[in-house]
Design a protein around this ligand. Sequence first.
Ligand SMILES: NC(=O)c1ccc[n+]([C@@H]2O[C@H](COP(=O)([O-])OP(=O)(O)OC[C@H]3O[C@@H](n4cnc5c(N)ncnc54)[C@H](OP(=O)(O)O)[C@@H]3O)[C@@H](O)[C@H]2O)c1
Length: 267
Amino acid sequence: MNIARSLCVISGASSGIGKATALELAKRGARVVLVARREAELRQMAAQIRSAGGAAWAFPTDLSKPQEAVRLGEQVLGEQGTPDILIHSAGAGAWRFLDETPLEDLQHLMDTPYFAAAYLTRVFLPAMLKRDRGFILSVCSPASRLVWPGATGYVAARWALNGLTEALRADLYHSKVKVCAFFPGKISDSEYFIRNTDTENRIPRVGRFIPDITSRQAALGIVRAIELEARAMFVPWQLHIFDLLARVFPRIAEHLAWNTGARRKGP
Ligand SMILES: NC(=O)c1ccc[n+]([C@@H]2O[C@H](COP(=O)([O-])OP(=O)(O)OC[C@H]3O[C@@H](n4cnc5c(N)ncnc54)[C@H](OP(=O)(O)O)[C@@H]3O)[C@@H](O)[C@H]2O)c1
């Protein structure tokens, strides 16, 4: 799919993978709609893109609230038009065992990425279908396919996002709106593990065989996925090998995750 002059809506655009993706898309001539909660970060990014000759708009939105997603949709459809590309990169949530997770956090874990992606897709899908053109990409996680201990709500929410993505692809089989699941490895320069404390130390040690990547490398992978209209993409490629091995040898994958992963502190 052509990126130049396309209208791209990017959630999670104030930091990490979403921010790097917005900058790479803008560099290639896309017009970008930046969505996240932090207004100052979005406005600063939009100004940076505009001063480099690009087109960008800041839309501060809390995507955990369906009515805010609807308002965003109405405004973008009215002012900028129908998006060509939709990138779901909003995501949060600390890694905890289920019984360590405060009850109220269980809902928040599903808010982003799952509900954010569902609401955002829901508001733009009718217009995209009417035009019969577009690309929807979900930034999933290794945890959207692999599992490890001590991150129950996080893993469940990432499987939900991947499930939404796969289900959408089935729904849209007849159309020219294409759907992609993107799987990045660990990002070395994102805020994720700063914002979600006591999480990074729960990455199973076996994961060290998969090299870390930067947000920009993830963004370049996303650019490639859009250009190729890929249905799925793993970056780095070693993650794909892990994924395949875990599918063929699930008991070995379980054993490695348990033996190198987080242990419950209590009984
Ligand atoms: N970091 C990694 O190593 C890694 C690896 C694989 C997959 N992933 C997944 O990739 C996604 C993005 O991660 P990242 O590393 O880019 O994290 P990040 O730097 O923390 O970025 C998360 C983004 O989501 C936005 N966001 C959070 N809650 C929101 C809400 N309610 N409404 C709107 N926007 C919201 C944040 O902006 P505001 O706070 O301004 O709203 C921020 O822009 C996550 O789902 C993560 O699980 C991350």
